[in-house]
Design a protein around this ligand. Structure first.
Ligand code: CP3
Length: 371
């Protein structure tokens, strides 16, 4: 399975972008910077669009999704765009009744709590049904990539555990206790649930990559609530399966000065919040880079991983509201610790908080590029 000739990794637009080089383990002259949740509520131009459109409607409106994806690139000069969508979009497009409630998060009309619920979902909300509904996503990606030039687009999906944490609870929860209980009460139903979620997330990732995304990030956001043993046994196989949808897509790095072409695969980033105890497990899922939250210093993370994996992170979002001097000292500390890893992509340790002053994000990009 190869990317089409018009893909930005194949025609040379993004194949040597700083983000892609760092994900291959290289250290470009300028550290690549982007922010999780850069496309969203911290931007007035986003809020003005959202005043007239529901969140999930905007996600499946190609013009709006593309415009919102481009907003932070124009404003901040970040080194990557992240596709404006949500982890529940593939579920919705497969037919699941879900809403994103402001200030809360995903809410499901029918929580998935038993083997019978899982079987019903698998039979009704299939990956084939999703694939037939993915055209607005593909179109949004195509429109975006046509405007991005040499800036790579990062596609993403929610990891199966994070989706299951919402599906089983029916909505957001603190400790995902119902989901973790199902894991142990009915491991067979749990496996079926995660395999189904992996198929949908994998199809969502594949569509974004084929339409023009140059890298992907798997958001295993709530995996931090699991023990390492549970993650390994009950969760990692499904996350690996999600990424297999992208792992199988190859491309040839564009020919340069007559030197031989090299076969590459689309780079993949794996990220979970509060996962300092899971770094080894997350790395074993098989990815190009690991996102680290703000609790684990990047040099510690790198040492534990044998200094073998590019790292992404990990400014503490709390510093975004601190005085400039404190923020700058924190930025220098993160860059210094990040220099231990084979490569570093500067990001926050979790998403941009909605109340963030956008000028602070722009300043971080300028400072990081000048270092
Ligand atoms: O990063 C980006 O800029 C791209 C867009 C993006 C969104 N959601 C848009 C969004 C991405 C990558 C996500 C991923 C996502 N969604 C995750 C994983 C990342 C993480 O934070 O750990 C999770 C857990 C979700 C589920 C979800 N969707 C939550 C918890 C919320 C917030 C609810 C709230 O209002 O506080 C959402 C809604 C959501 N997704 C918004 C945006 C811009 C806010 C919608 C709004 O405008 O009100």
């Amino acid at each position: 399975n190869f990317l089409p000739a018009s893909h930005p990794l194949v025609d040379g637009r993004t194949s040597d972008a700083t983000l892609i080089r760092a994900l291959r383990g290289d250290r470009p002259e300028r550290v690549p910077v982007w922010f999780m949740r850069q496309a969203g509520r911290s931007l007035p131009e986003y809020r003005s669009i959202r005043a007239d459109h529901r969140m999930l409607d905007a996600c499946v409106n190609p013009d709006l999704a593309s415009e919102i994806t481009l907003q932070p690139v124009r404003r901040h000069g970040v080194d990557a765009a992240v596709f404006f969508s949500d982890i529940v979009v593939p579920l919705m497009l497969a037919g699941v009744d879900v809403d994103l409630v402001a200030g809360r998060g995903p809410v499901f009309a029918q929580p998935v709590r038993s083997a019978a619920d899982v079987a019903r979902c698998r039979a009704e909300f299939t990956a084939d049904r999703l694939r037939e509904a993915l055209e607005p996503v593909r179109e949004a990606v195509r429109l975006t990539v046509a405007q991005l030039g040499g800036t790579p687009l990062i596609g993403f999906a929610g990891a199966p555990f994070t989706l299951a944490a919402y599906l089983v609870e029916g909505g957001p929860s603190r400790d995902h206790l119902r989901a973790r209980t199902l894991m142990h009460a009915d491991p067979a139903a749990w496996r079926e649930l995660l395999d189904w979620a992996a198929e949908l997330s994998g199809a969502f990732l594949e569509a974004q990559v084929e339409a023009g995304a140059s890298a992907v990030q798997l958001f295993d956001s709530w995996a931090g609530s699991l023990s390492a043993a549970d993650y390994r046994e009950h969760v990692a196989p499904a996350s690996r399966r999600t990424l297999d949808a992208v792992r199988g897509i190859a491309y040839r790095h564009p020919l340069r000065d007559g030197y031989a072409v090299q076969q590459e695969t689309v780079p993949m980033i794996h990220f979970a919040v509060g996962s300092g105890h899971l770094l080894e497990e997350l790395a074993e899922v098989g990815v190009s880079a690991l996102g680290v939250d703000w609790r684990t210093p990047l040099d510690d993370a790198s040492r534990r991983l044998g200094d073998a994996l590019p790292l992404q992170g990990n400014l503490d979002p709390a510093f975004l509201g601190a005085p400039a001097a404190q923020l700058e000292a924190h930025l220098d500390e993160v860059l210094r610790r990040g220099s231990r890893a084979p490569a570093h992509i500067l990001n926050l340790g979790h998403g941009v908080p909605p109340e963030t002053d956008p000028a602070v994000l722009t300043r971080i990009v300028e400072l990081a590029h000048a270092r």
